[in-house]
Design a protein around this ligand. Structure first.
Ligand code: PFF
Ligand code: NA
Length: 452
């Protein structure tokens, strides 16, 4: 049997885990989610979800990967034969995400290029939809859009290259470059943003707490959803990555570092984005709440408009879209690794074959989004993943491990035997009781609200 691949060092693993965690979720999901769900008051449910669910689940996934040294499906089946499907379900979600993530990275590559000389002109929204994506009434898909197709192919070449070189020489190597670079770019962006006129009004809007929202169940679900998505929990990623850890690894400590690093990037992005939105509000004499946006709209419609009005616009635009590319690629590598590892084990094939099969299929499917109807499709799929997939996947995972397999004690024992920080009953209390009850209750209540 081939020896299982391993990270070259502790920092290599940490950078890869942080690289997976820090992505578009930090840059364009967190700021508006916090704003829409109580602003400064959102930090209460957010921190609660981080400390009682996010980091405890991260510790659990690291422990599972480290203990069973397998991909997610095989790890779950080693805990209990009946649970292999939980792993495959996670892998499937990752697979679906990995078909549209490269599209967004491809757009960002093009927009880094468009930034130079602000090629999107006076009407960036129209430029994005009509000129760049060629969205038109052309049936469901319409024809392939070359200006999207080519950068998508470039992204896949990148992904195949790094994943083909394996865990240490590929994944670890890429993250060793991307993550420090991303941090530097982030800091430049935030400092620049904070020195723009109106920046303070943006921050004011972002941090102003609306305490009346705190009793709202949907705000709590938003907090759990943000934490799970942002930490790449229940996507099979962290189990796969920790299965490459050496025997001697302090996994509990690693989980805390990953969790706090991700939240720091999130806070930094929130500050940067709202400082820029404050500038936009100032320029157009509108309240900040009028210019808030998230996701695709924020990055490809609102931001280009603002960037055009900034001094040294080309430079700022290039850095902003460059940061999306770096953050996106490191997350993309991690999502694709889940199915490569799973296929490799399930069918006893080489890494290369699994990559050709899994990556090849994902690359083919991704071409559907490089069509005139791609934006629409992307919106729909992303909506379902975010609103029905993320929090549910976390709940299913914790119920399977804690209630169905009753494996928490066993996992705690394993984690404690190799970690400096000992877990104690609080960890089992959070995962075995608090998280499933709170999350389950909120989801049912929200669902009932929705159908009424
Ligand atoms: N955690 C990443 C982010 O916050 O952007 C996003 C992500 C990556 C989610 C990979 C899911 C995933 F499988
Ligand atoms: Na994140």
């Amino acid at each position: 049997m081939e020896q299982r691949s391993q990270w070259g060092s502790r920092i290599g693993f940490l950078l890869a885990a942080i690289g997976s965690a820090v992505g578009l979720g930090n840059i364009w999901r967190f700021p508006a989610t916090a704003f829409d769900n109580g602003g400064g008051a959102f930090f209460v449910p957010y921190l609660f979800a981080l400390l009682t669910a996010g980091i405890p689940l991260l510790i659990m996934e690291y422990t599972i990967g480290h203990k069973y040294r397998s991909s997610s499906p095989r790890s779950f089946s080693k805990i209990n034969k009946k649970m292999e499907w939980v792993g495959w379900w996670q892998v499937l979600i990752s697979f679906v995400i990995s078909t549209y993530y490269p599209i967004i990275i491809a757009w960002s590559i093009m927009y880094a290029y468009f930034s130079i000389g602000t090629k999107w002109g006076d009407d960036p929204t129209n430029f994005f939809v009509a000129d760049f994506l060629e969205v038109a009434d052309a049936g469901v898909f319409g024809s392939i859009v070359p200006s999207v197709l080519f950068p998508v192919i470039l992204v896949w070449i990148f992904v195949f290259f790094f994943l083909g070189r394996g865990v240490k020489k590929g994944i670890e190597f890429a993250n060793r470059i991307f993550i420090p670079a991303l941090l530097v770019v982030f800091i430049i962006i935030v400092v620049r943003a904070l020195t723009l006129p109106g920046a303070i009004d943006g921050l004011d809007a972002f941090f102003k707490p609306d305490w009346s929202r705190i009793a709202d169940g949907s705000v709590w679900i938003a907090a759990y959803g943000q934490i799970f998505f942002s930490l790449s929990i229940a996507f099979a990623i962290m189990i796969t990555y920790s299965s490459y850890l050496p025997k001697k690894s302090d996994i509990t400590n690693n989980a805390f570092i990953t969790g706090f690093a991700n939240s720091s990037f999130e806070l930094l992005a929130g500050i940067g984005v709202f400082a820029v939105l404050g500038f936009m509000a100032y320029q157009t004499s509108q309240p900040v709440s009028e210019v808030v946006a998230d996701g695709v709209g924020l990055a490809f419609m609102v931001f280009p408009e603002i960037i055009s009005q900034m001094p040294a616009s080309s430079f700022f635009g290039f850095l902003f879209f460059g940061s999306l590319v770096l953050a996106g690629l490191s997350s993309m590598i991690s999502i694709s690794e889940t199915y490569i590892a799973a296929v490799q084990e399930k069918f006893s094939v080489s890494r290369g074959k699994a990559l050709m099969l899994g990556g090849g299929l994902a690359a083919l499917v991704s071409l559907l989004y490089a069509t005139q109807g791609g934006l629409n499709l992307l919106d729909t799929v992303d909506y379902f993943i975010n609103n029905y997939g993320v929090a549910l996947a976390g709940l299913v995972e914790v119920v399977a491990i804690a209630w169905f397999a009753r494996a928490l004690k066993d996992l705690q024992h394993h984690a404690d035997s190799i970690s400096d920080i000992k877990l104690g009953v609080w960890w089992r209390f959070c995962l075995g009781f608090l998280t499933p009850i709170v999350l389950g209750y909120m989801m049912v209540k929200n669902f009932l609200n929705d159908i009424n």
